[in-house]
Design a protein around this ligand. Sequence first.
Ligand code: FES
Ligand SMILES: [Fe+2]
Length: 383
Amino acid sequence: MTTPWQPLFERLIGELDGHSSPDWQMPNTTLDPSIYRDPERFAAERDRLFRRLPLCVGHVDQLAQPGSVLALDLCGVPVLLVRGRDGQLRCFLNVCRHRGARLVADEGTVCRKQSLVCPYHAWTYRLDGSLAGLPRAEAFPDLERHTLGLRSLPCAVRHGLIWIVLDPTADAVLDIAGHLGALDRELEAIGLGNHRVYRQRAQRRAANWKLIIDAFLEVYHLRRLHAGTIGPFFVDAVAVNDSVGCHVRSLIARETTPEIKGLPPQQWNPQAHATLVHFIFPNSVLIYHPDYISHLGLFPVAPDETLFVHTMLIPEAPADEKAAAHWQRSFDLIDAGVFDKEDLVVCEAIQRGLASGANDAMIVGQLEQNLQRFHSTVDAALR
Ligand code: FES
Ligand SMILES: [Fe+2]
């Protein structure tokens, strides 16, 4: 039986031996710098992509216990993820039905609650969202309590990942397998659902969300920008890339990739022998490192500001201090050393330079064709 990885590795070996990828036949293109700055463009992306499409907002391991509550502000929408006493994971708008106060103020930190009590006038909601009670109820003789549960957002779990749509009027049933298309089988094969969350860090950075996606879609910079960190683990800019529906898949050659020539194909492993990257439209990147996985979620705040959420997933909870120290070192290297100080610093510098007028167009070469795949999909989705 072939694994999903065998044909990809066969192409990657071909690419190591010479320029066999179709990317070498694609013409150079350019990107218009205004797509990263224009407020109208930004509003269209927010309304037509981020408020309509399923977004991956975390991993179930963060909310494993009944009573777990996580408040997030995503693209200007205040969201609550709640694990009910019945074990069900639900998503609500973090907005009181009385006069709209924010129910849970602590964003980004999982807390445990028996119920949700509004800080303003103490209307109280059960963890299933229903309105449990309100003080001085005699002042609201006409209230139809059953209609005043928290507004829910469509929410689903697939491959251990939590997916929501930021639109309370959207169809409540999410078909995540359909959204993932051919990538669904690959996420299954990786076993994402069995992973544990080791650490998550969310930070706002001064760059357009697409500039950050761009940085994780091309391999041209790997041995250059990351020369002092992860660059030496990679062959110089050798990868095979595909559009998979609206998503993008890359398998990137590491120094260890040629070792597969001596192994049966069933043992070709996209983490041990290469680096697999899945870009899931519109805003998730999964990077499969040799022994752990990084999920990146990009949530636009403004044309020049993005919430960057990095979640490190590990195969099992650390068994002892030695294992914990190992994961801590890995997290420090990738999160602080690589993403924070290298990729994001460059993205912010690009953003600052966009208005200078130096470039009428950004040039995209044959090692960066995934940018073309990504931006053409965004353009099509906006039309
Ligand atoms: S706004 Fe929440 S109780 Fe009044
Ligand atoms: Fe990078």
